[in-house]
Design a protein around this ligand. Structure first.
Ligand code: G1P
Length: 297
């Protein structure tokens, strides 16, 4: 029987320089879409997929992330006294069972592959998920849950995949497709940040992965790749040669690149509109803005 995926790694050591000065004193993963930090969306998605152990790979200056998942006893007591049940409920999602969350430091910024490798002792000999909190995915069924279900059928290594405009492919890991089965593709190669004319397809890797522990062994070699960094993509590509069990999964949902300002703003609008209590007022505002823009043109 295939082993259930119960551990997830969250690489959160990045400096978030694209959001300076905001990220001078707050981790970018604490930046909020409406009223929930990016990391909360990632945790909610992991929980929905059955993840029980949450491994954060952090770095200096990420203390606010650790505090975020602590119980805020005084705050909870005050809310309880004031009968603010709804707010207490909202706080519940931020609480972690003791021992369910672990923080590991990435001491040097050597790349995504290296960050994942830092969690190797906590992963041991089990399959595991990786979630990049910058990629926020709005979906009826959360993306990682879709993947866990597909993975239960095929096993091996699976990456979330999405078609991107060809001129954008060089910003991603890109799949070389062996067989296209619709929602799933089998993969015969993967290239991290290919040169514009060298992308093997326009199917790009998005920040959700289900991986075998062999990936950690591949990362042991510390081979540097695109941008001089140790790339997760390369460690997965190595597995194609060794066991041929790498799949891309075309998830159903809308992905926002919250690592960029434009993507973050788009996500704010989409998640704002999706909130029942904000929808009418916000929509009216947006319609008014659009009309004003048009009139000014
Ligand atoms: C990382 C991965 C890349 C993937 C992307 C998805 O790149 O290395 O393969 O396509 O996330 O967001 P980054 O965006 O960190 O440069």
């Amino acid at each position: 029987m295939k082993r259930k995926v119960t551990k997830a790694v969250f690489p959160v050591a990045g400096l978030g320089t694209r959001f300076l000065p905001a990220t001078k004193s707050i981790p970018k993963e604490i930046m909020t879409l409406v009223d929930r930090p990016l990391i909360q969306y990632a945790i909610d998605e992991a929980r929905a997929a059955g993840i029980k152990e949450f491994i954060f790979v952090t770095s200096r200056g990420k203390g606010a992330l650790e505090d975020y998942f602590d119980h805020a006893h005084e705050l909870e007591a005050n809310l309880r006294k004031a009968g603010k049940e709804e707010l207490l409920e909202a706080l519940k999602d931020t609480n972690m069972e003791s021992g369910a969350i672990a923080y590991i430091r990435q001491h040097k910024a050597l790349g995504l592959g290296h960050a994942v490798w830092c969690a190797r002792r906590l992963i041991g000999n089990e399959p595991f998920a990786v979630i990049l909190p910058d990629d926020v995915i709005a979906a009826e069924k959360p993306c990682l849950q879709q993947m866990v279900e597909a993975h239960a059928e095929v096993g091996g290594n699976m990456v979330a995949a999405m078609e991107v405009p060809p001129e954008k492919a060089s910003a991603y890991g890109v799949l070389d497709i062996k067989d296209d089965m619709g929602s799933m593709v089998s993969v015969k190669g993967m290239v991290e940040k290919p040169k514009p004319d060298e992308a093997p397809s326009s199917l790009a890797v998005i920040g959700r992965y289900i991986l075998t522990p062999k990936i950690m062994q591949n990362l042991n070699r510390m081979k540097s790749g695109a941008g001089g960094e140790i790339q997760l993509t390369d460690a997965i590509a190595d597995e194609i040669k060794k066991s041929g069990n790498v799949y891309g999964y075309r998830f159903r949902g809308q992905r926002f690149d919250c690592g960029s300002k434009a993507g973050f703003l788009q996500a704010t609008v989409a998640f704002g509109l999706a909130r029942e209590e904000l929808h009418d007022e916000f929509k009216q505002f947006l319609v008014g803005m659009t009309a004003m823009q048009k009139a000014a043109e």
